[in-house]
Design a protein around this ligand. Structure first.
Ligand code: UD1
Length: 343
């Protein structure tokens, strides 16, 4: 019998790619999503890719009564992958209570119902934002966490702490937090990808929208950082590689291979790339000369961060496969396919 995995936020960017990989690996996927930042049709596109349509329950996880009913009806959930959360850094500064409410109440509801309905395993979407500006690079999982620079970042830190305390007190629950570096790109089918609402905050959707003519120019936030070309450094990984890490993590939990009740892994390539290098990569794969201008630094930006992914490489047996150029190419293909309404 297929194991049933609950994917919260499964119609979103990383959730949809993970749902595809789970189905490809023989799992049954049940998605809960409130469609705040995504569309129900994503499940049709997942079906086009995999041949199987995941079921979708339109529920807000903050609504505990509805979530409880879901668990009453679905007594056979083996594990949860919890993506559903708000993620816009600047919005979180203006709407902190919405962020704390949405990102933390949902997590608490899930953990409480896991306890009551005997669902043992959860994989949590965390972020390298918890490290702030690390002193040592590449950054390892045991690097000290820095005070968060935004309510969004704080929800990831506090989320991890809530899970740590819950797994300590409730031995039936085991968890893995995955600290993502910068996920980019889209599924090679061109059927699923990132659908940013309004003006994108993240670099790659801004690049592809500028190239497509939806934005006048890309602003490069600063070229006076202490990096080889003065622009910030990040670790960009292909979203399909990231999705596959979730399948590995969930299998590790299901097979009882975790070494601790709560484990944390960095998910990145291990390569630091500057903003200007990312632009060059895009230009190379698209053949388009991107309009960009150097502007002031973005307040709160980290100068440089990239992962030491060796713990995930060794313990999970997971490693990124795609190059930056490959990931950029899929991001560009995706941008074109949404604009020409091929999806
Ligand atoms: C940001 C968040 C991080 C969050 C992540 C989610 C901050 C400080 N951090 O990460 O907490 O987990 O998004 O995806 O906001 N850039 C430009 N021009 C642009 C957009 C970005 O030059 O129009 C640069 C940024 O300065 C940065 C790099 O591109 O150096 C990547 O930016 P972005 O995609 O926003 O990701 P992070 O800042 O790494």
């Amino acid at each position: 019998m297929k194991r049933k995995i609950l994917v919260t936020g499964g119609t979103g960017y990383i959730g949809s790619h993970t749902s595809v990989e789970l189905i490809n690996e023989g799992f049954e996927v049940v998605i809960i999503d409130n469609l705040y930042n995504s569309e129900a049709e994503v499940t049709d596109r997942i079906q086009q890719i995999t041949g199987t349509k995941p079921s979708l329950e339109i529920i807000d996880i903050c609504d505990k009564a509805k979530l409880e009913k879901f668990f009453e009806k679905n007594g056979d959930i083996s594990a949860i992958i919890h993506f559903a959360a708000y993620k816009a850094v600047s919005e979180s500064v203006s709407k902190p209570l919405d962020y704390y409410n949405n990102n933390l109440v949902s997590l608490i509801n899930l953990l409480d119902l896991m306890k009551r309905f005997n669902v043992p395993d959860i994989v949590f979407s965390s972020s390298c934002t918890v490290y702030g500006q690390p002193e040592k690079l590449p950054v390892t999982e045991d690097a000290p966490l820095q005070p968060a620079t935004s309510p969004y970042g704080n929800t990831k830190q506090v989320g991890e702490e809530i899970i740590r305390d819950a797994t300590f007190a409730h031995k039936s629950i085991k968890a893995i937090a995955l600290r993502y570096f910068n996920p980019i790109g889209a599924h090679p089918s061109g059927l699923i990808g990132e659908l940013p609402r309004g003006v994108p905050e993240n670099l790659v959707p801004f690049i592809t929208q500028t190239a497509y003519g939806l934005r006048d120019e890309l602003k490069v936030f600063g070229n006076d950082y202490d990096t080889p070309d003065g622009s910030c450094i990040r670790d960009y990984l292909h979203v399909v590689d990231l999705a596959k890490a979730h399948v590995v993590a969930v299998k590790r939990l299901l097979e009882g291979k975790s070494k601790k009740d709560f484990e944390v892994f960095n998910l990145g390539t291990g390569n630091g790339v500057t903003v200007l290098e990312a632009i060059s990569s895009f230009e190379r794969v698209s053949g388009i000369k991107l309009k960009f201008r150097i502007t002031d630094r973005r307040p709160g930006d980290i100068e440089k961060i990239w992962a030491d992914p060796s713990f995930a490489n060794k313990e999970l047996g997971w490693k990124t496969k795609s190059t930056l150029d490959e990931a950029m190419k899929t991001a560009w293909e995706w941008e074109k396919s949404i604009r020409t309404k091929k999806v």
